[in-house]
Design a protein around this ligand. Structure first.
Ligand code: OAD
Length: 259
């Protein structure tokens, strides 16, 4: 057994131990979760914020000040997201959730605006930062979960004359209050948390693992790089989500059935 395999086994055993009386597994995912599906991360050498400045394209001021530029940026991401398919890590999460005993539940909280968890079969996913595939009107009630990609105009305008926008949280905007309340509850109540592919830089999502740690949960980080969470997580598994998650969840499944 190699050292990384050993770390995966140890993390799985610790999670199973924490879940020996049943309980909740909360999985918190960020942009790195979708990296191997072809969607770039935001930070890091190949991150989106190397090419664009967030304040130019992803703030309310940017959207209303230069809607064409903001839409150019978001429509590029919409095209990548629409073309993307879930990878083995997304699928392993959905499969595990469907095969757990009734006393153990798994819920996903994501910062990602793609729907790759749902595409893989996961249900009741909490979306903290919205859904880029959904388009809403800034002036009326119009919303479309499958708005054309690419958008028919840049920027697209509603039949009411209002500016359309992707249904994502822009910098400076509040997060959907129900989503953040539910995420907080899932962090407080879980016995084990898996944190996948987030730089742990953006609040309030970055606080969720710390809420879980304070509540006594076993916290496992899956990330090829160091993050501010790494020194505090019980286990840090260095590698990509598409390879590490399937091994971890398979080991967890075995460990849970042995308990
Ligand atoms: P970041 O782009 O900040 O960080 C991505 C993380 O994924 C880094 O820690 C990488 O090391 C890790 N990573 C890279 N490849 C990976 C792989 N194959 N498997 C697992 N992890 C990998 O993304 P987030 O932390 O999600 O906000 O960013 C949070 C928010 O900042 C985003 O939701 C977005 C952005 O600005 C909004 O749009 C509001």
């Amino acid at each position: 057994m190699s050292i990384p395999d050993l770390a995966v086994q140890q993390a799985a055993l610790a999670m199973a131990e924490a879940l020996s009386e049943g309980g909740l597994i909360t999985v918190s995912t960020g942009a790195g979760m979708s990296r191997e599906s072809g969607i770039p991360t935001f930070r890091g050498a190949e991150g989106v914020w190397r090419t664009f400045r967030a304040e130019d394209v992803a703030t309310p001021q940017a959207l209303y000040g230069d809607p064409a530029l903001a839409w150019q940026f978001h429509d590029h991401l919409r095209q990548l997201v629409t073309a993307a398919k879930p990878h083995a890590g997304h699928c392993a999460l959905a499969q595990l959730a469907g095969s757990l005993s009734p006393s153990v539940r798994l819920r996903i909280v994501t910062q990602n605006v793609d729907r790759l968890h749902e595409d893989a079969g996961s249900r009741d996913v909490i979306h903290l930062h919205g859904d880029i595939r959904r388009v809403v009107c800034t002036a009326c009630d119009f919303q479309d979960d499958a708005y054309p990609v690419p958008a028919p105009a840049c920027p697209p305008i509603c039949t009411c004359g209002g500016l359309l926008r992707p249904d994502v949280v822009l910098f400076g905007e509040p997060l959907p209050s129900e989503a953040i309340a539910e995420a907080w509850r899932l962090a407080q109540e879980c016995s084990a948390m898996i944190v996948v592919g987030t730089s742990a830089n953006v609040q309030p999502a970055a606080s969720l693992p710390f809420v879980a740690l304070e509540s006594g949960a076993t916290v496992v980080e899956v990330n090829p790089g160091e993050t501010p969470l790494s020194p505090y997580a019980h286990y840090t598994l260095r590698g990509g989500a598409a390879t590490v998650l399937p091994s971890l969840l398979e080991a967890l499944c075995h460990a849970l059935s042995a308990h």
